[in-house]
Design a protein around this ligand. Structure first.
Ligand code: NDP
Length: 264
């Protein structure tokens, strides 16, 4: 496989650290942006040092220092950004507009993979608040990339398994109960769940693949397409127990979202 020089931005994040691991495993020359704002966050510092021990190169740079972004981008062929973008946590998707400018100015990048890794935002025009900001902002970044003529790949990873499977597909829950579960409606609509380490590996395998150039790559492993009932059945088999089931209607679910906090 062709080896590249890869810069990972957001490498200390939930997905980012897996991208660093996959990049190193595939033998790419891996650069990880280290931002001074990290301050005394000792766990992040130690994570960065562990990347270095595994062969990554740390590059100092900040979204508050445009030239540092240009300098970092000039070191590599491929830029992957995994900056935060979850409305219930931290949401920084639009910061990438500065990165797009830096990539355009540097002029050497053969492929940019922006922070996407979710449901294809191009198909989410009807998404609801408060979560839709993620899709709207990702579309703004896409337009900037395409207007700048930067070669790209968008990775649509559907649902992160950790967030969605851990809590048996119940929003706001990431641990499975051994007693009960609330089904969304009848629990039969299917969704696609992808393990985060797999997302990272598929992403790294796409960076030099001509089939993914200027396209969206959809991760849809057939065995990972499951209804909530199927997820619950799998858990029930694992624990050898049947859960008590109730259900929440669409109307009740939407009412429960009222007043949920806005992204920050
Ligand atoms: P995280 O919340 O774990 O954050 C990722 C990175 O963002 C961190 O490394 C952090 O750096 C960096 N960051 C935050 N603020 C700044 C800033 N001001 N300047 C520079 N870097 C900053 O992100 P996730 O891994 O949860 O999300 C990555 C992508 O995956 C997003 O696009 C998100 O929408 C998507 N996603 C998809 C999901 C799905 O189910 N499909 C679920 C969750 C996320 P530092 O460590 O230095 O603070």
């Amino acid at each position: 496989m062709e080896k590249s020089k890869v810069l990972i931005i957001g490498g200390t994040g939930y997905l980012g650290k897996r991208l660093v691991k996959a990049s190193l495993a595939l033998g790419h020359e891996t650069y990880v942006l280290h931002r001074p704002e990290i301050g005394v966050d000792i766990e992040k510092v130690q994570m960065l040092l562990s990347f270095k021990e595994q062969g990554a190169k740390l590059v100092s740079g900040s979204f508050n220092d445009y030239q540092s972004l240009v300098n970092a981008v000039k070191l590599v062929d491929v830029v992957i950004c995994a900056i935060s973008g979850v409305h219930i946590r931290s949401h920084q998707i639009l910061l990438q507009l500065k990165l797009v400018d830096a990539i355009k100015e540097a002029g050497n990048v053969k492929r940019f993979l922006p922070s996407e890794f979710g449901t294809d935002p191009a198909k989410m025009a009807n998404a609801m608040e408060p979560g839709r900001v993620t899709f709207d902002d990702k579309m703004v970044v896409r337009k900037a990339i395409e207007d700048a003529g930067i070669p790209f790949t968008y990775v649509s990873a559907n649902c992160f398994a950790g967030y969605f499977l851990g809590g048996l597909c119940q929003p706001g829950s990431i641990l499975p109960s051994k007693d009960s579960v609330v089904l969304l409606g009848d629990g039969n609509p299917k969704a696609i769940y992808v393990d985060e380490d797999d997302i990272a590996m598929y992403t790294m395998k796409a960076i030099n693949d001509p089939r993914t150039l200027n396209r969206t790559m959809y991760l849809r492993p057939p065995k990972n397409i499951l209804s909530q009932r199927e997820v619950v059945e799998t858990w029930e088999k694992l624990i050898g127990k049947t859960l008590q089931k109730s259900s929440i209607s669409k109307e009740e679910f939407l009412a429960s979202m009222k007043g949920t906090r806005d992204p920050y």
